[in-house]
Ligand binder design. Structure first.
Ligand SMILES: [Zn+2]
Length: 269
């Protein structure tokens, strides 16, 4: 048994028996880990708010090799993303990021780059949780994270024949990237304008965290293309990934908002 100190972002926190919690965290140095916090739901819990989702903290735990659940010894909150929590859009997008990482990251595979990317994303959402661009930022975060894990769309040559092209036909979902005009016939192709492609390249070109400001110059048609291309790419290529609960909630909430504003604008004055 080794005693480990690390920084971690709480992805999920489940009740366990009468007084305990089982938490999954993305840590800076150990990767994604699960810990049991005994007595965490006691009034005199030594862990305080350190185990709530959307908090980041320092943790100390006992790492047992050949075990998937480790014993948490202590946790201190260093940052809580509370602004995001208070706004429906920010809340859904931030929890979608936690759910996405929880689903796609393998256990105990150290990846500091991914940790920094998640932290940067949560900071962005927390500082501006009502920005309507949050959903596009989220898509960019998803593709950037997938790319850190080795799922990078091919944007430099034809993803099917590996040939160079002057003009690509579009984004081939199964091929996993841009496809040339010759290969385009056999493939489900999504449109991707050069402006959208530039943004995708800019986000994927960054080593550590995605530069979300790049997407601020985006126009709505670019947003729609990027959301479609990234969503299809992830569903096709990430095994076991079938979309996110938090995003389905967000879509329902957005529909409701639209209905309310339609009703208000059509109401007799
Ligand atoms: Zn080709």
């Amino acid at each position: 048994v080794a005693i480990i100190e690390d920084n971690g972002i709480v992805l999920r926190s489940l009740r366990y028996r009468d007084t305990s919690r089982i938490c999954t965290l993305l840590t800076e140095r150990c990767g994604k880990i699960s810990v049991i916090a005994k007595g965490a739901r006691d009034i005199k819990s030594p862990f305080g708010a350190g185990l709530d989702p959307l908090t980041e903290g320092q943790i100390v735990f006992y790492l047992k090799s050949n075990r998937s659940l480790h014993l948490l010894r202590a946790a201190w909150v260093t940052r809580a993303y509370l602004t995001a929590l208070a706004v429906p859009l920010g809340y859904h997008v931030a929890t979608a990021a936690l759910e996405f990482i929880q689903k796609i990251v393998p256990d105990e595979d150290p990846n500091p780059q991914l940790y920094h990317s998640l932290r940067a994303f949560l900071e962005t959402i927390d500082s501006d949780p009502v920005n309507p661009r949050a959903t596009v930022w989220f898509k960019m975060f998803q593709i950037h994270s997938a790319s850190i894990l080795g799922y990078t769309p091919q944007l430099d040559m034809c993803a099917r024949c590996e040939g160079e092209f002057e003009n690509y036909a579009g984004f081939g979902v199964a091929a996993g990237g841009l496809v040339c005009r010759r290969c385009a016939g056999a493939e489900q192709i999504l449109p991707l304008a050069t402006g959208s492609l530039r943004m995708l390249r800019a986000v994927l070109g960054r080593e550590d965290e995605p530069d979300l400001n790049q997407t601020n110059r985006s126009i709505e048609s670019h947003d729609r293309e990027l959301v479609a291309v990234i969503g299809s790419f992830l569903r096709y290529h990430l095994s076991g990934y079938k979309g996110l609960k938090a995003l389905r909630c967000l879509n329902e909430w957005s529909e409701m908002q639209k209905n309310i504003s339609n009703r208000q604008s059509s109401a007799p004055r």
